[in-house]
Write a protein that binds this ligand. Structure first.
Ligand SMILES: [Zn+2]
Length: 413
């Protein structure tokens, strides 16, 4: 269903269609430069520097890094704070021989740019930087101050950098967050969460030649594994995001082949529905293995930023879902209709994003939109359609005005 587009938004969309193409070359060059820079998690320094240089060149305000080394800048002067986020770190190449083009060599073919991180998430960075710039240049920031964040550490510890920015660096809480991860120019309003759980089973060591003197921790995990598996059909389910899952992914024990093992540790990957907390998850596992001498805990994830900050924290990433009638979603829809004449698909992501912090922990309304396509994420075919890249920037340029229109026409509570 389409709806009427308010005249100011229609005029702004027309203006964007005229002006945006003049920046396409610069946006493409910026993305190519980002692809040339290897930026694995915790080693994003040079990619951050390159992003800061682009922000400077485009005349953004307050170009800086925070203490964890994210690239930040502002446009607009309004009281309403929008955070545009896309991450600069990228998934590591498993085997370069699987790649049709060298991963760090941006290659353009038939209107698409190929290269490592194109779809996750450097295309997103080029989208929000140019989107915010267009908003500033055409006076479309409306009543918003837009902070553009080229963030770090997302691949290993999504949300950790944003948590640090808000909770440690004292960045003012945004009213809304937009995530430029892959959505193929449609909208995403949430995803399941995830966490890691360790279950440690203790035994008693003895020489392997006299096993009767010990207590074998590996054998003791047998009923524990059964109890954990029996939890699966009873995990919380969600009408939109589906049922949570839980699977044993690792088994560890001492590397001593001639000793009865003193301990055995299981690792579980658990996918979460919104509302599950670290304590509720842990308690459900505790109940399941009660009486089996098994001890569940949430491990700490070691995370150090490229600036040397220790951001380690629990490996717990909550799920989230934006309300179907949230003004943020309405503004996203209206922006798409103003630009392309049709309402976009609204869905949820299969993977996890920085929204686990912004929405899942901090409760900030969060919406996903990006020009990249999910099917190329973390694959040797990593690529982004360059026309969509420009369309994506137009979305981010027009969004603040649409959001302002949607908010101000809402009944005052
Ligand atoms: Zn990503």
């Amino acid at each position: 269903m389409t709806q009427a587009v308010p005249a100011p938004l229609r005029r702004a969309a027309e203006q964007l269609r005229r002006v945006a193409p003049t920046l396409h070359r610069a946006q493409t060059d910026f993305l190519a430069d980002l692809i040339r820079i290897e930026s694995y998690t915790g080693r994003e320094g040079p990619a951050v520097e390159r992003t800061l240089a682009e922000m400077e060149a485009l005349g953004m305000r307050n170009v800086r890094t925070d203490s964890a080394g994210d690239a930040l800048a502002e446009v607009g002067e309004g009281p309403f704070r929008l955070l545009y986020d896309a991450h600069l770190d990228e998934n590591e190449v498993a085997d370069e021989r699987d790649w049709p083009n060298p991963p760090l060599q941006p290659t353009i073919r038939e209107g698409r740019m190929y290269g490592l991180g194109a779809s996750d998430c450097k295309g997103g960075v080029a989208t929000i930087v140019y989107g915010a710039h267009l908003a500033a240049r055409l006076g479309l920031a409306a009543d918003c101050t837009i902070t553009v964040q080229g963030s770090t550490l997302e691949e290993d510890a999504e949300g950790f950098a944003m948590r640090h920015l808000l909770e440690t660096d004292g960045f003012p809480r945004p009213h809304a967050v937009l995530l430029a991860e892959a959505t193929d120019l449609t909208l995403r309003r949430g995803h399941r969460g995830r966490c890691e759980i360790k279950v440690r089973v203790r035994g008693k060591p003895a020489h392997a030649s006299t096993p009767e003197l010990g207590e074998n921790a590996i054998l003791k995990t047998r009923p524990v594994l059964d109890a954990l598996e029996a939890m699966t059909p009873h995990l919380p389910a969600h009408p939109v995001l589906g049922r949570g899952t839980q699977v044993v992914t690792m088994v560890e024990s001492p590397r001593t082949p001639n000793t009865v093992p003193a301990w055995c540790e299981l690792t579980l990957d658990r996918r979460l529905t919104p509302g599950e907390t670290a304590e509720s998850v842990l308690e459900s596992v505790r109940r399941a293995v009660a009486g089996l001498d098994a001890h569940p805990y949430l491990p700490t994830q070691k995370v150090v930023s490229w600036t040397g900050r220790d951001l380690s924290g629990p490996a717990f990433f909550p799920g989230w879902l934006l309300d179907a009638d949230d003004p943020l979603l309405e503004a996203g829809r209206l922006t798409c209709i103003a630009l392309w004449g049709r309402a976009p698909r609204v869905d949820v992501w299969q993977f996890s994003t920085n929204g686990t912090y912004s929405a899942g922990v901090a409760g900030i309304p969060t919406l996903g939109f990006g020009p990249m396509e999910e099917r190329y994420v973390h694959t040797p075919e990593d690529q982004v359609d360059l026309d969509k890249l420009l369309q994506g920037a137009m979305f981010y340029a027009l969004f603040p005005l649409a959001y302002s229109i949607v908010r101000t026409s809402l009944p005052v509570m």
